[in-house]
Design a protein around this ligand. Structure first.
Ligand code: NAD
Length: 426
């Protein structure tokens, strides 16, 4: 009765990230005894739109681009998720990220489902005019799905507040009035939220603080290592330094820097702005990203890209706490090694959820046309993260497991409870 009607995956089953997410969902559903109906519904995406659309380029030629919008599950509220512009995007990656958004929103208990969008393009090679035309046409194509009550995009890799402004304007032009709530991550003058830029890094700082409290490590005495010195990593480093922590190493794609006495984060930021990298900072020695991950420290924040802690280096990690600022920085094999070695890992779907929480606040402010101060935003973010961390910890303790499984168990239970209560239409 509940059989899958068709296979929804196209890449090799072994390497396909969506198959891996489906396997994780299956395993957690089995563990917490979620009904077969919910399991089968959760392992698929509810809606998937593929679009091929033309854009007139500056040289007069026409190019046809491919884009996607995928809604994984909207049982708990409108679907929410970023839009990526990158040459290598695939439908399966988009499905994977949409599913993770459903779980992330459920972990922090905000009333959203999960979605993701993408256009296969290299935004660095497009003129501003081409980027605007591509964005407006893509927004029109996916306007079947998006809307403040249905599905709310946000920036992700390769997109930014300006791209969100064009999507908001395109959608509004078709409606005949301004619709602030159709996207988040908008520029401030267009209904963006205060505190949004720092939200993900702030969420990481809060998780580090709560994990430290749980293990008896005060941020005032903690040593911190951060991989990736972009929006998330640099903000987390800045806020942790403010709390009194010693930031002993940071890195970016060109390499890392190390000073056991602590780095002056603001000066490192200035150095990066001036030279394009943290490397060769005057008050530190250069190290490699591999060396950085093995440094002795209290808190390690991988905030760069995925799969940085893997089977080959997980055993050399000496941090007591890992706060996963990036999406998927730890492979499945590495997660097992870290668990066996007693490293306390705050998983990505909790650790980097600060961004989607403040996106939710932006949506709420837009719907009400009533805007909050930065203090109000930060205060509400702290409350949401405090609650989520406590609930994940309790779930992991009850299930005698780690925080990663605890987060998945909490999220899937919440979504399954909603699906059960709603039933199946018709
Ligand atoms: P960003 O582009 O601002 O910064 C990324 C940083 O990582 C840069 O300093 C870059 O040089 C560095 N980097 C890239 N490859 C590296 C490598 N191999 N080794 C070391 N450093 C490397 O991006 P961001 O917005 O800070 O996002 C970082 C991660 O956090 C991504 O995985 C992203 O998906 C995730 N994330 C971001 C947000 C957000 O609100 N920005 C929200 C949730 C998750």
């Amino acid at each position: 009765m509940f059989e899958r009607q068709h296979a929804s995956v196209s890449q090799s089953e072994v390497t396909n990230p969506f198959v891996m997410v489906q396997q994780q969902i299956d395993a957690i559903c089995e563990r917490i005894k979620v009904s077969e109906t919910c399991r089968l519904r959760l392992r698929e995406c509810e809606r998937e739109l593929t679009v091929h659309f033309p854009v007139k380029m500056d040289d007069g030629t026409v190019k046809v681009f491919t884009g996607y919008r995928v809604q994984h599950n909207d049982s708990r509220g409108p679907a929410k998720g970023g839009i990526r512009y990158h040459p290598d995007v695939t439908l399966d990656d988009t499905r994977t990220l949409a599913a993770l958004m459903t779980l992330k929103a459920a972990v922090v208990n905000i009333p959203y489902g999960g979605a993701k969008g993408a256009v296969a393009c290299d935004p660095k090679t497009l003129s501003q005019d081409e980027l605007e035309k591509l964005t407006r046409r893509y927004a029109s194509e996916i306007s079947l799905l998006i809307g403040p009550e249905k599905d709310i995009p946000a920036p992700h890799v390769g997109t930014n507040p300006q791209v969100m402004a064009w999507i908001m304007d395109t959608y509004s032009m078709n409606k005949g009035y301004s619709v602030l709530g159709v996207v988040t991550g908008k520029p401030m003058e267009l209904g963006g939220s205060r505190g949004r830029f720092e939200a993900t890094g702030r969420g990481c700082m809060i998780c580090a603080q709560l994990a430290g409290k749980h293990l008896g490590i005060s941020l005032k005495e903690a040593t911190v290592v951060v991989q990736g010195f972009g929006n998330v990593g640099a903000t987390a480093a800045k806020l942790l330094a403010k709390e009194g922590s010693r930031i002993i190493a940071v890195s970016d794609s060109r390499g890392g820097i190390y000073n056991p006495d602590g780095l002056a984060v603001e000066s490192v930021l200035r150095h990066k702005r001036e030279t394009g990298s943290v490397v060769d900072f005057k008050d530190a020695e250069n190290i490699t990203n591999a060396e950085l991950l093995g440094l002795k420290c209290d808190i390690l924040i991988p905030a760069a890209i995925e799969n940085q802690i893997h089977e080959g280096n997980a055993a050399s990690v000496k941090a007591k706490i890992i706060v996963e600022g990036a999406n998927g920085p730890t492979t499945t094999e590495a997660a097992k090694i870290l668990r066996d070695n007693g490293v306390f890992v705050v998983p990505d779907i909790l650790a980097n959820a600060g961004g989607v929480v403040v996106s939710y606040f932006e949506w709420v402010q837009g719907l009400q046309s009533f805007f909050w101060t930065e203090d109000e935003v930060n205060h509400q973010l702290q409350a949401v993260m405090d609650n989520a961390f406590r609930e994940v910890l309790e779930m992991s303790q009850r299930g005698k497991t780690d925080m990663r499984d605890g987060a998945y168990m909490l999220a899937i239970k919440r979504i399954a409870d909603t699906m059960e209560a709603r039933g199946i239409f018709p």
